[in-house]
Design a protein around this ligand. Structure first.
Ligand code: TYC
Length: 119
């Protein structure tokens, strides 16, 4: 908004009254929208035939803060269904987790795949 057109929101009733009277004096502009929540991303592990189950459980504990029980449940879901969600994060955090998991898997010579998907 230009600096010489200050906008004071004094309520929708006043807006309606003034527009119906066709007043030339005051321009009432709509309030700016409230900021939207940032888009969120699921970090997803994919199944493969070679990565040891124990390694996947370790990944879920180390990078996603899961306890051993929950990590085992998620690993088994991935093993049976082909993929599973490790966590949901803003874009930059999800991207960092994907990179950390992929590089950890490569260091250990496992083909484990980790990807992100917008929710
Ligand atoms: N399918 C693997 C096996 O039988 C285990 C596994 C689970 C691999 C989850 C990857 O994201 C994965 N050893």
């Amino acid at each position: 908004m230009p600096a010489n057109r200050r906008c004071i929101d004094i309520g929708s009733d006043y807006n309606k009254v003034m527009s119906s009277q066709n007043s030339p004096t005051t321009v009432l502009e709509p309030k700016q929208d409230l900021a939207k929540a940032p888009p969120m991303y699921q970090v997803v592990l994919l199944n493969d035939d070679y990565t040891p189950m124990e390694f996947v459980v370790l990944v879920l504990q180390k990078f996603f803060g899961k306890g051993r029980e929950q990590a085992t449940q998620i690993m088994l879901k991935v093993h049976r269904e082909g993929k599973g969600v490790c966590g949901v994060y803003p874009k930059d955090i999800a991207s960092t987790k994907v990179e950390l998991v992929c590089s950890f898997a490569m260091q250990h010579q496992h083909p484990l795949q980790c990807v992100m998907e917008e929710t």
